[in-house]
Ligand binder design. Structure first.
Ligand SMILES: [Fe+2]
Length: 265
């Protein structure tokens, strides 16, 4: 009874992913990419929960959220051939549905099950809703940080690869034009998150990702970002333009400031 062990859930997840490999190499690259992303989000989650000194049960719940946060990606890609939620489905909600159908958390404590599903459902929202309780807020904040840290990493690596080897769905199909939209740059300069519906170019999308620095929740998240030089590496791929450089400087300042702050939750 209770939550299945992490080993059990990891084996189930590995088999589930294999079921989506198929024969098309491009599709397979996209599936393998999400599988790798999940593994790294799990590692990020372990570091964050260790930094907060959570008890073993809460760490177990957080690890389950990390393992399943993108479960909906596989069905999303199979049905629609894209990771763009706006053109298909909300992959977080789809993941919650898949998890319920598979019955994996059937024997878990009802409160644990509810908070795990809620955290998965909220992991990709622009902002968290008001009124979450302590555990709800903690787990949702943890997965959002663990996820963002790896999406940054994926993006940095995507740019380091030759174009023909890139997993096609990562760039979300934005045109790779050599500029950023003024409104997007303005948002970052004023220390605000960029919204998906503001994006016009791939470079806008990079600024959106940099603006996540305004929405991380834990000092350990900032430390991981700094350690991997995620801001610096992403910045290298942006057009060299004065206003963009100023925006990157705002992001860097926030990062340095927040690495030292006390725990937010
Ligand atoms: Fe996701």
């Amino acid at each position: 009874m209770g939550l299945p062990s992490l080993d059990t859930l990891r084996s189930w997840f590995a088999a589930y992913c294999r079921g989506y490999y198929g024969d098309d190499p491009a599709a397979r690259r996209n599936i393998v990419l999400k599988e790798g992303h999940t593994a790294r989000v799990c590692d990020n989650m372990d570091r964050l929960t260790a930094s907060l000194d959570l008890d073993s049960h809460e760490r177990h719940c957080a690890a389950v959220v990390a393992l399943f946060h993108d479960l909906g990606r596989f069905e999303q890609y199979r049905r629609f051939g894209t990771f763009r939620d706006a053109d298909s489905v909300d992959h977080a909600q789809l993941g919650v549905r898949v998890l319920a159908e598979e019955g994996l958390l059937r024997d878990a404590d009802a409160a644990d099950r509810a908070v795990i599903l809620q955290s998965i459902a909220l992991h990709n929202r622009f902002a968290l809703p008001d009124g979450l309780d302590y555990r709800g807020l903690l787990l949702a904040r943890l997965i959002r940080d663990a996820d963002k840290l790896d999406i940054w990493q994926v993006f940095v690596e995507f740019y380091a690869q030759p174009e023909e080897e890139r997993a096609s769905a990562v760039g979300l199909g934005f045109p790779d034009e050599p500029h950023c939209s003024a409104e997007v740059v303005r948002r970052v300069l004023s220390g605000e998150m960029v919204r998906l519906d503001m994006l016009r170019t791939l470079n806008d999308f990079k600024l959106l990702q940099l603006s996540w620095v305004f929405d991380l929740n834990f000092p350990a998240s900032y430390r991981i970002a700094a350690e991997r030089d995620l801001v610096g590496q992403l910045a290298l791929t942006l057009p060299q333009e004065e206003s963009i450089e100023r925006a990157v400087a705002v992001v860097r300042r926030r990062l340095v400031q927040c690495m030292k702050e006390d725990v937010a939750v």
